[in-house]
Design a protein around this ligand. Structure first.
Ligand code: NDP
Length: 399
């Protein structure tokens, strides 16, 4: 039984806390800490009602390494699950190193003042974690996370050589709002408005959302998807041997894109400070404050997410193409834990990654991405804990 500290009390955290609390044999005492303690208390209350388990709550500003060190020393967890924001990753990793605690997150580090994300900053901690005999597991959400494990599974069981990977992500749900994001609005809008990038021997870049095509998503139907940069491309391009090209695609509706275009045109997605009535404000942070909280979308959400990897390569000397995917229903996840499917598809893999570490199935000193471990126990747990997957022969290649 491991004692776990979960940092962050947003949409994803609600799922992680519920899913960990449902497995008392693996997750002993659970402490939940975040910047706004009342949000921790609300999650703890939901867990008490649904599962009759007590979660200890604490206030924490995880940007301050000393505060996190003090909290870890107080509670002595063996693992920290970071589901706060990407800005806190390095500070929490530093606190883990200082206190001898393992680390897990779902999104790679991003500096506050630059809309740029890459693994370099966290990969630079490899030596320190190895030396301290500690483990950090990076990107244990759905994408990154499950998509990395799907690729590792394909490499182990379905192909002799993998040549092409297209990660396709569709939220076919409807929350009934004119414009809202499904996870943290600031992080989401920074990601979507960035230039597209994909790997084909080297990195190629495209104008934001300029490359698109239709894709028939199981459980949802045909949707337009757009080429974007996503962090798992960086590690998979290194770890999947023989790869010739890897890309990431996400669907957006016309209404969403029109709102985004207007917000960009009027300067509301800027991340540099502007002076407003004598105070400095960051337009994107202000926008986040007026947009719906992603957690609040859950109650009336209908429809499904459909996310997976189309993988092409060679099996037994012949060309093969497979699609490994999961379909998740917003209304069902709401019924189970009070969250929408985008939070659920991120929170369940965070719990499973933590379970892999606490039970010793995935355990190595250093800093790792998901595809560097045996995919089998993780794939088994996806089926067990709410994210069942399918493998299909796939007739159409992604253009
Ligand atoms: P939310 O904005 O809903 O929640 C973030 C939480 O972190 C809030 O409770 C927030 O506190 C807290 N927080 C922010 N700054 C600090 C700080 N300095 N110290 C302590 N707590 C802090 O985000 P989500 O739940 O939607 O997303 C959580 C993470 O999951 C993000 O990193 C996101 O990028 C990642 N993600 C990963 C996905 C994947 O598939 N891999 C998919 C979706 C999300 P407060 O309430 O006070 O603001």
């Amino acid at each position: 039984m491991g004692k776990t500290l979960i940092i962050g009390a947003g949409g994803v955290s609600n799922v992680v806390v519920h899913k960990c609390a449902a497995l008392p044999d693996v997750f002993g005492d659970i402490v939940l800490a975040s910047r706004t303690k009342s949000k921790c208390d609300a999650i703890a209350e939901g867990v008490r009602k649904r599962l009759n388990r007590t979660i200890v709550t604490e206030q924490l500003d995880a940007d301050d390494v000393r505060q996190t060190v003090a909290l870890i020393k107080k509670h002595k967890p063996s693992l920290v699950i970071n589901v706060a924001l990407p800005y806190q990753d390095l500070a929490i990793m530093d606190a883990c190193l200082e206190t001898g605690t393992d680390y897990l997150d779902t999104a790679n580090y991003e500096p506050l003042d630059e809309a740029k994300f890459e693994y370099k900053w966290q990969w630079d901690y490899r030596g320190k974690f190895e030396k301290a005999n500690l483990m950090a597991l990076l990107g244990s959400g759905f994408d990154p996370g499950v998509t990395n494990v799907f690729c590792a599974y394909a490499q182990k069981h379905l192909f002799d050589e993998i040549h092409y990977v297209d990660i396709v992500d569709c939220n076919g749900g409807d929350h009934g709002k004119a414009f809202a994001t499904n996870f943290n609005p600031e992080i989401n809008i920074r990601e979507i408005t960035a230039r597209g990038r994909y790997w084909e021997g080297d990195w190629k870049s495209t104008d934001p959302l300029s490359v698109k095509q239709d894709f028939d998503f199981p459980g949802v139907g045909v949707r337009k998807m757009y080429l974007m940069y996503h962090e798992e491309l960086e590690s998979l391009a290194q770890n999947i041997k023989g790869l010739k090209r890897i890309r990431f695609w996400m669907t957006f509706g016309e209404q969403y894109l029109t709102h985004l275009r207007v917000l960009q045109n009027v300067g509301m997605t800027r991340i540099d400070p502007v002076i407003y009535e004598g105070h400095e404000i960051i337009p994107l942070k202000f926008l986040k404050a007026v947009l719906p909280d992603p957690g609040s979308l859950a109650e009336n959400y209908t429809g499904k997410t459909s996310i997976g990897c189309v993988i092409e390569g060679i099996k037994d000397g012949k060309p093969a193409r497979k699609f490994i995917y999961n379909i998740c229903d917003h209304a069902e996840t709401y019924k189970e834990v009070g969250s929408q499917a985008v939070s659920y598809t991120t929170g369940v893999p965070a719990m499973i990654g933590a379970k892999m570490m606490l039970t010793g199935k995935w355990k190595k000193a250093g800093v790792y991405n998901m595809e560097e471990f045996d995919p089998d126990p993780f794939m088994e747990d996806l089926n067990k804990y709410g994210l069942p997957w399918q493998v299909a022969d796939w007739n159409h290649s992604v253009e």
